[in-house]
Write a protein that binds this ligand. Structure first.
Ligand SMILES: Cc1cc2nc3c(=O)[nH]c(=O)nc-3n(C[C@H](O)[C@H](O)[C@H](O)COP(=O)(O)OP(=O)(O)OC[C@H]3O[C@@H](n4cnc5c(N)ncnc54)[C@H](O)[C@@H]3O)c2cc1C
Length: 518
């Protein structure tokens, strides 16, 4: 296939769809390459947990986490058009001032809050976030108390939704028919000196990205049957595979720590030790309370609940489970103003949707800015082998100390009546777990990913960063990474709105640079 397009965008997730849309609106011919099958997403908000472990999910797992008592955590990632917006909790939380300041510090003046404002407005208009169409009794009770202690008071989360329910990033391409989407799994980037590129490339520079090598999607193909195919682009390749796939594609392309690449029999091309490093994720600790049977969130949904959804798009089927939340400043002396977020769900966090789960509600707590860092690395050169994911949860002892302090603080808020739970007994960690040691043990045992991995191709003005302020991979021409992996740190809140904002901003800058050159 020859260079029929201007840009190849790899991954049709939150960032990839925004990048493709923005470049298309600027008049560039875009091919969007997505590994997952083009099956329609589940639109009923409550159904997203059902996508885990299916073909809509990459079904990744972490390596054993010493900070979590040796547990391995599932790491769901959306697969198919829309990426993780196919399977996420739909919460639309705009970046806070601290998040904009961090991007400014990392990316320099081109990433100042003023420059980002236009992109935040543009994506907010495109998405048009909606208030929830239904709230559980649990969420209503939580919202009935406005606590003076909260930095961001209890509120129902806005959603990425429309009248049909879930809105995915791919839905934002419905009015852009000129974008061509190809169902294929990207192996690696092709550079000008690649034997596959030579017949097509006018620029044979070893640092110029001219295309990618893909394996077209076929659900039934065995490993041996998967044929590879080169795709080419005139202006460049933009990786939007997310925090696990983008660094993996770079490593398979020879970009990363040379020893790690050579260890898999691959040829190192450009040495950037930071590729795959700096992995950071929100870790959520559930504090679960018994509720009355009357408040039990229905599972399975009744016929009447299903009819309510079909007729009026309301009722429990319209719940995203993580319906409401707030942000608090830690009040422990040692935590120097660190913040934690709570997500309130009308369910037993660990047992729902098992129909035997008891009637319960959960206050899930996570530090807004965890300090622990991990890494993602190749497990093998084969593009279908899942990467080694080591988020390094709780490797910084202050993260464990401060999560314990947050558990204690939430209990104090509940006891003071400032955080309404319904008055039932605490099931997790459990009312008898009162010492710091017992709470710490529970945090290690019960915490889960909040599904927000970031940072593995971090942006920076410094020479050690993976991408420069244009999101261009250092040492390359025409190879960019634009997705959650470029965040220097995880946003303090649910990151999807911020991912879409940076995608719009970076793609607008990229288009402008080509507009100016032509
Ligand atoms: C279960 C879950 C719940 C979440 N809830 C929320 C929430 O409520 N609110 C919020 O703000 N954030 C939430 N998040 C996080 C948010 O969805 C992500 O941060 C965001 O979608 C990341 O965007 P991205 O573009 O970096 O990656 P993704 O959206 O994951 O997109 C990456 C795309 O690349 C494709 N891809 C990967 N590898 C290849 C390859 N080799 N070849 C071709 N294509 C490839 C993938 O299939 C995918 O479509 C949640 C995430 C999950 C998983």
């Amino acid at each position: 296939m020859t260079a029929e397009c201007d840009f190849l965008v790899i991954g049709a997730g939150s960032a990839g769809c925004l990048v493709a849309r923005t470049l298309d609106l600027h008049g560039y011919k875009v091919r969007l390459v997505e590994a997952g099958p083009p099956t329609p997403p589940l639109r009923r908000p409550v159904d997203y947990l059902q996508t885990f472990g299916t073909e809509q999910d990459w079904r990744f797992r972490t390596v054993p986490q010493p900070g979590l008592a040796g547990r391995r955590l599932d790491q769901p990632r959306g697969r198919g058009p829309g990426g993780s917006t196919r399977i996420n909790a739909m919460i639309w939380y705009p970046p806070r001032d601290a998040d904009l300041q961090r991007l400014h510090r990392a990316g320099g003046d081109d990433w100042s809050p003023n420059r980002l404002a236009a992109s935040l407005t543009a994506v907010t208009q495109a998405v048009s976030p909606q208030p929830p169409r239904w709230l559980s009794e649990t969420a209503r009770r939580f919202l009935s108390r406005s606590t003076a202690e909260a930095v961001d008071p209890p509120h129902a989360f806005a959603r990425m939704a429309d009248r049909q329910g879930r809105l995915t990033a791919a839905d934002l391409l419905a009015d852009r028919p000129t974008i061509e989407t190809i169902a294929a799994h990207v192996d690696r980037v092709l550079f000008g000196d690649d034997p596959l590129a030579k017949p097509h490339s006018i620029d044979l520079s070893p640092t110029r990205a001219v295309g990618v090598l893909v394996h077209p999607h076929s659900a039934d193909a065995t490993c041996e049957e998967r044929n590879s195919l080169p795709l080419f682009a005139r202006h460049g390749v933009i990786l939007c595979g997310g925090s696990f796939a983008s660094p993996s594609i770079l490593l398979r392309s020879g970009i990363g720590a040379p020893d790690a690449i050579a260890a898999h029999g691959l040829k190192p091309r450009i040495a950037i030790n930071a590729v795959g490093q700096n992995l950071v994720d929100h870790l959520i600790m559930p504090i679960t309370f018994a509720t009355s049977g009357r408040d039990r969130f229905p599972t399975p949904l009744s016929t009447a609940d299903l009819a309510r959804w079909q007729i009026a798009a309301t009722g429990p089927a319209a719940s995203n489970l993580a319906e409401a939340g707030a942000i608090y400043s830690l009040n422990s002396a040692s935590s120097s103003g660190r913040e934690f977020q709570v997500h309130v769900t009308p369910t037993h966090y660990l047992l729902y949707p098992d129909r035997r789960a008891p009637a319960a509600m959960t206050v899930g707590i996570n530090l807004c800015q965890p300090r622990s860092r991990g890494a993602v690395d190749l497990a093998a050169a084969d593009p279908f082998t899942p990467p080694l994911i080591d988020p390094g949860y709780l490797t910084e002892t202050t993260d464990l100390d401060d999560l314990v302090a947050a558990v204690i603080q939430v209990r104090q808020l509940v006891a003071a009546g400032s955080l309404a739970t319904g008055g039932g007994a605490e099931l997790i960690p459990g009312g008898t777990k009162t010492t710091v040691a017992a709470i710490a043990k529970a945090v290690r045992r019960f915490s889960q990913t909040l599904y927000h991995p970031c940072g593995t191709c971090r942006i920076g003005v410094d020479a050690d960063s993976v991408v420069d302020p244009d999101c261009r991979v250092r040492g390359t021409e025409s190879l960019h990474v634009i997705d959650a992996s470029v965040f220097p740190e995880v946003p303090t809140v649910n990151p999807n709105a911020t991912v879409m904002m940076i995608a719009h901003h970076a793609a607008t800058r990229l288009a402008a640079s080509f507009d100016a050159a032509s």
